[in-house]
Design a protein around this ligand. Sequence first.
Ligand code: OAD
Ligand code: ZN
Length: 251
Amino acid sequence: MFERVARLLASSGSTIAFTGAGISAESGIPTFRGKDGLWKNYKAEELATPEAFGRNPKLVWDFYRWRMGLILKARPNPAHYALAELERLGILTAVITQNVDDLHREAGSKNVIELHGNIFQVRCSSCPYREDLKESGRLEEFLSMKGLPKCPECGSLLRPDVVWFGEALPRDALERAFGLAEKADIVLVIGTSGAVYPAAYIPYIVNERGGRVIEVNVERSGITPIADVFIRGKAGEVLPHIVELVREVVR
Ligand code: OAD
Ligand code: ZN
C-alpha cells in the first residue's frame, strides 16, 4: 500500500495536503473531537463563538491564552517535516490547514493556506486593525496580561484572529483552497475528522473532479467513505515512511 501511494505521489501533477488537529497531536497539542479532545471537556459555544466573546471576553481570552501557551511550547513533528519535504521535492503544491498553530510554516512549508486563522494573530473587534504577535514581539506581553487587550487604534477589544463557530472563513484563503482543490489530482487528508464545513468540502471537490483522496488517520473519519486509500496510523510515523519511498521513486 505504501509503495502504491509513493508511486501515485511521484507521478502526480498537483498534490495538495488537507490537514487537521490530528497532525499536531504528536506535537502535544490537543485535538477537538478525539480522545481527550478539547470539545469533550469544554463547551465550544461558551468559548469559540462571537456570542461567547460578547458575553464573557475574559473567559474566551483566558482559553485562547492557555492554548497559545501550549502551542508556543510545541515543536513541529515528523509529519509536518514530511510535508515540507514533499513541497521541496516539487510534489506538494500547498498545505491547506484547519490548524491555527503555525507548525506547518515552522517546519518549512512555504505555501500554507490557513482556513481557520492563526492563534498568534489578533484583530480588533470593531475596526480593521490587525497584529501578528510574533512579528510585533508582543506575544509575552499578551500571555502574561491580566486584563483584556485593547485596540491601539480605537480602544475596542482585540480578539484572536481565528474563525469561530458561526463565522465565515477568510474569503481569500477559502477561494485559493477551493481553486487548488479543483485542479488537484491527489489530496492527502491528514488527521481531520472532516466534521467542520466548509473546510471539509476540499477532499470532496478533489474526489468529484476525478482526483484521488489518500487519507492518514488513526481512525475512520467523515472523509473515509470517499478515500481511495485509507492508511490507519499516526501521521508522524506514516508520512516520513511515505516520503522515504517517494525519494526512492523520484531518484
Ligand atoms: P478533530 O479533533 O475534529 O479531529 C482530529 C482527527 O485527528 C481525528 O479524526 C483523529 O482520529 C485524528 N488523529 C488524532 N491523532 C492523530 C495522529 N497522531 N495521526 C493522525 N490522525 C490523528 O480536529 P479537526 O478535524 O482539525 O475549528 O477539527 C476541525 C475544526 O474543528 C478545527 O479547525 C476547529 C474545531 O472546532 C475551529 O476552530 C474553527
Ligand atoms: Zn480598533
